[in-house]
Write a protein that binds this ligand. Structure first.
Ligand code: GAR
Length: 202
């Protein structure tokens, strides 16, 4: 099995879809071994608990120095023998040690079709506000590998979603989640886990 850690900051609907996929046997060879939140009030932590998955909080308040925060995260991942990291609505940028230790082993879900509405400052509802302001008729989501550049790593899967007349940032966010994120994130985690397993067998 490929041990996955899911990093979260908020409500954790993407985490829930990963847990559901796991319960249905659709995530293997990945298994969710750990959930890490940078916010102690994140509802995602309740979802981990309900699924019986171990969780940890590592907030900026607990470790304000970014380099030390990065070291602590890496130590936590290593202590849990993590092979693969999933950023599922995780709204912090990872530090260089963690990035180096998990090269090509970190997947992020972004709520737009990269390279549109991506990069520093484009997260959460802001992405959908920008898409509506630009008047695009198609948006979507992207699952991609994480490198040092925000939203810059190789793309794994993308899925397009229609923007409808009268959409608000909230209605568009919900449609992008339902029709794209919740489908392509579990699929990309499974694909990456298969890739890692093959690498380790070679
Ligand atoms: C999701 O829409 C995810 O794509 C987005 O945050 C939301 C988290 O929702 N991530 C980013 O914007 C990262 N740049 P969730 O906590 O319910 O999964």
């Amino acid at each position: 099995m490929v041990r996955a850690a899911v990093l979260v900051s908020g409500s954790g609907t993407n985490l829930q879809k990963l847990l559901d996929a796991q319960a249905q046997g659709a995530l293997a060879p990945a298994e969710i071994a750990l959930v890490v939140s940078n916010r102690k009030a994140a509802f995602a932590l309740e979802r981990a608990k309900a699924a019986g998955v171990e969780s940890a909080v590592l907030s900026k308040a607990m470790e304000p120095d970014p380099a030390l925060w990065d070291e602590k995260l890496l130590a936590l991942l290593q202590a849990h023998r993590i092979d693969l990291v999933v950023l599922a609505g995780f709204l912090m940028v990872l530090g260089e040690r963690t990035l180096a230790a998990f090269t090509s082993r970190i997947v992020n879900i972004h709520p737009a079709l990269i390279p549109s509405f991506a990069g520093p400052g484009f997260y959460g509802l802001r992405v959908h506000e920008a898409a509506l302001a630009r008047g695009v008729k198609i948006t979507g989501a992207t699952a991609h590998l994480v490198n040092g550049e925000v939203d810059g790593g190789p793309i794994l899967i993308q899925k397009a979603v229609e923007v409808l007349p009268g959409d608000t940032p909230e209605s568009l966010q919900r449609r992008v989640m339902e029709q794209a994120e919740w489908i392509i994130l579990p699929k990309s985690v499974q694909l990456l886990a298969e890739r890692i397993e093959a690498e380790e067998r070679a």
